[in-house]
Ligand binder design. Structure first.
Ligand code: UDP
Length: 346
């Protein structure tokens, strides 16, 4: 594995993954439309790798949209001619805001599905058959369980989740059509948070954030008065919801581990949960954040949010068993690194 194409590589998880790939000495080509990120991130990735990287892979950036078939084809062709053909693809590109997807299903289906189909057609044409797909725990039936393993019932409750599940089904069909060809892993993320410890890259949503950490960071930086906690009457120890928050650097490492696994594996299409296997409540997050950063986040309790579940935790046994990977960062690292990034970016 030498040359990796990363779609959506300028985004939150993509940027951290590109950095770790380069730190492994791999060459990375990012394709990104920049609709939810910025070119500045590309320079930041290079900067961190030059300053801190033990191995120094090359970074290329091609600005464009995966809905444009000619564009993807030309990128594959260009790198083949350069004698840097892509061995594998990590596919992050797509729209990912749950709420927005409810108001704009047409946009979500168009971008997420068409982009993926175009990408896979081109991969097939260029004999590039290794793929790590960025999937999500939102595909699981939220009413069913507390801890989710890969076989847990699937029932997304929003268009975003529907597109992720549909892509997983499509990839399975593709594998079954030619069982000696495709090597595919769908990584199902739980709650990705945190930032690179340098504070130079992190999550920077262009639309109004609805997730806990981007909002909490606004409050911590005085850009928002207080944090509204959605419910204090949930059946948990302190009444607030519990989630499996995973540091984005651990998540990035999981992609490298998945690629390494695929390099040695026989053709297959597999789904693997990526989480810590541990849950933390909203109040516990606030407590740890305050302590480690010496701040005092103002908050108030409001009504429950529609569609929320009390507890969502990953059963990560399969990841620990199959991938040479274990999450190394804890909630304190998450709070420290994300606050550092927010002071730089907000
Ligand atoms: N949450 C909250 N206030 C906010 C945003 C989120 O109390 O302003 C809670 C939310 O109810 C959930 C947890 O924080 O229990 C994580 O929410 P997020 O939207 O980040 O992730 P998801 O709901 O997709 O797990």
């Amino acid at each position: 594995m030498n040359n990796i194409l990363v779609t959506g590589g300028a985004g939150f998880i993509g940027s951290h993954t590109c950095l770790q790939l380069m730190n492994e000495g791999l060459n990375v080509c990012i394709i990104d439309s920049l609709i939810n990120s910025s070119e500045k991130i590309i320079n930041q990735i290079k900067l961190i790798n030059e300053k801190e990287g033990i191995k120094k892979g090359k970074l290329f950036f091609r600005h464009g949209d995966l809905r444009n078939n000619d564009f993807i084809n030309n990128v594959f062709l260009e790198f083949k001619r350069k004698k840097l053909p892509f061995d594998s693809v990590i596919h992050f590109a797509g729209l990912k805001a749950v709420e927005e997807s409810i108001f704009n299903p047409l946009g979500y289906w168009e971008v997420n599905i068409i982009s993926t189909i175009n990408l896979l057609i081109t991969m097939d044409k260029f004999d590039c058959n290794k793929l790590v797909f960025s999937s999500s725990a939102t595909i699981y039936d939220p009413s069913k369980k507390i801890k989710y393993d890969e076989e847990s019932p699937k029932r997304p409750i929003n268009p975003y989740g529907n597109t992720k599940l549909t892509i997983e089904i499509f990839l399975q069909d593709l594998f079954l059509s030619s069982q000696n060809k495709w090597k595919i892993i769908n990584l199902r993320y739980f709650n990705p948070v945190g930032a690179h410890p340098s504070g130079l890259i992190g999550e920077n949503p262009k639309c109004t954030p609805t997730n806990l950490f981007p909002i909490l960071l606004k409050v911590a930086n005085g850009k928002k008065k207080e944090l509204s906690i959605y419910g204090n009457d949930w059946p948990t120890k302190d009444g607030t919801c519990i989630r499996d928050y995973i540091h984005v650097m651990d998540l990035a490492d999981a992609h490298i581990a998945a690629l390494e696994f695929l390099n040695k594996a026989s053709p297959q299409a597999k789904a693997i949960n990526i989480g810590t296997g541990k849950g933390t409540s909203v109040l516990e997050i606030i407590k740890r954040f305050n302590k480690i950063n010496s701040v005092n986040l103002p908050f108030k309790f409001v009504n429950r949010r529609k569609g929320d579940s009390a507890i969502v935790i990953a059963d990560n046994k399969l990841a620990l068993e199959l991938l040479n990977w274990v999450p190394k960062r804890n909630i304190d690292d998450i709070c420290l690194d994300s606050f550092k990034w927010s002071k730089y970016s907000l």
